[in-house]
Design a protein around this ligand. Sequence first.
Ligand code: PEP
Ligand code: MG
Length: 594
Amino acid sequence: MKNNSLTQKQGPKTQTVFIGSGISMSTAIGKARVINSGLGQVPKYHVSDTDVPDELKRFRNAVAKAQKQIARLKAKTSSLTDTTAEELELLLDAHAAMLVSTRMLLGIEKNIAELNLNAEAALEIVVEEIARGFEKVKDAYLAARVQDIKDVGSRILRQLMKTPYQIYSKIPKGSIIVAQELSPADTALMDPGSIAGLITEQGGSDGHTAIMARSLNIPAVLGVTKILSKISDGDTIIVDGDNGRVIVSPDHDTLEEFKRKIEARRRLNRQLTRLRSLPAVTQDGVLVGMQANIELARDVEEAIHAGAEGIGLLRTEFMFLNRSSAPTEEDQYQTLKTIITEMSGRPVTIRTFDLSTDNLPQSKNIRTKKSSNPLLGLRAVRLSLRQQRLFEIQLSAILRASIHGEIRILLPMVSSIHQVREVKKILRRVRSRLQKQDKIATDKVPPLGAMIEVPGAALIADSIIQEVDFLAIGTNDLTMYTLAIDREDEQVSNLFNPLHPAVLQLIQITLQAAHRSKKPVSICGEIAGDPRFAPLLIGLGVRELSMTSQNLPRVKQRIRALKTGPATRRAMAILDQTDEDQVQRLLDDFNDGI
Ligand code: PEP
Ligand code: MG
């Protein structure tokens, strides 16, 4: 992303505008809360022989405080939901275990006593040594442990240097988090009731952190390069998620303008909620199915509130994050049962885990080698077929939960018909085991679908659809793999364009394959939730959309204003284009006329 910053002197204060990727159609005003991932310069000095006992004491005190801190954090998990509490407890237990007579602690004490180093320097050397040792072994399980060691090391360092540890729950209500990077797992732990907005230096608009922020309805701008050095805790900030702008220390007029915008948005949202119970039907009577994409059970309420007719994409991999081991079959079953029951008969499309070797929780039974490029490595259905035990546990939980409502199973990142055939074999095995145990009914088989998000899969959509009951087009990954642009990388996010003629051709090929076979097809990438794309998608023949709940009313409003005839003619004209700028112009021009 461009590092555009525009400074304008306004008396004693300076208003500065930064540009990044706006990832939510919303705006917030709040006070900056800067999250420092590092601790700055670690002090390094020698202690005299006579001072060594005191230095050892200072170190042991810091360890004791870190232990108490973990115990306090553990006590706080009781206020969280069961699954989140359990996930955090596992992680905290692993960290607590490292604070009792481990090689790390003994090594640090040895460095203090024998090399006369201060505790901070002694600690830094040991953590680096252990990390280097682990990194030589190319094993993702050990790589994850390195992060744990670094986290525990930082916790002790914070005590030694008296730097408080950042926990999002302690951040004052209404804060805007400013961080170098936030993982989807960090974002999942945030409470949208207390965090007003998010700004990061790294990350693109279609990555999973962005998707998570959208799903929590937190206004956010990601990929704002070099903002951290220009911002301090407590600065007033406007997060303009609509236009990808961050305004630091806004002047009076700008602040008033944004307050008016926020109020107008609130009024519009109130009006839009009236659309909740109305169908998404075009002016000429064509009905479009409107479903929600969700990540966690807590998103169901919002989906129902927004008027979703079902869940078109449940990203189950979020059940595997923020924990040190994979969830058990019972954990997964309980979460799925809650979601399906709360949807009260509306269909729920459960996507099997889309994990990769860099975020799969490792354990004694599950060990994967680190991929040099996880996005092209063992990811999604490929990983499921390699880790069949883990996959069978998930399928078993899904099939057991299927008795509580209407479900569909969706496979991520399918690239060949063999993968689908292989999954069907495993599904039959799991089903017959559950039937023997009387855990599922014999007559109900959930429909099985494939995501089309790899160009090769789109090109053979005609064959893939013969093997499945429905298709879902994942335009986020389809764009990434077609244009070779990492969706999480802010340096190339300006090139990430789902309107690229090559992406549109692949969408069209997939839609035609589904229409020929008379099987359902939906779009569930981020473009489904952008009202500006609705005329193009409807014009191409899409009749099923799945999106983040917050965008549902606005997309519905646009569909209700459309006529399919003109939308189809415009979509065909767009498909004829070879220049992406011209595609954009033709679409903008059509939208302006609605
Ligand atoms: C997609 O790739 O478009 C999609 C919907 O899946 P995800 O964003 O979870 O990768
Ligand atoms: Mg995808």
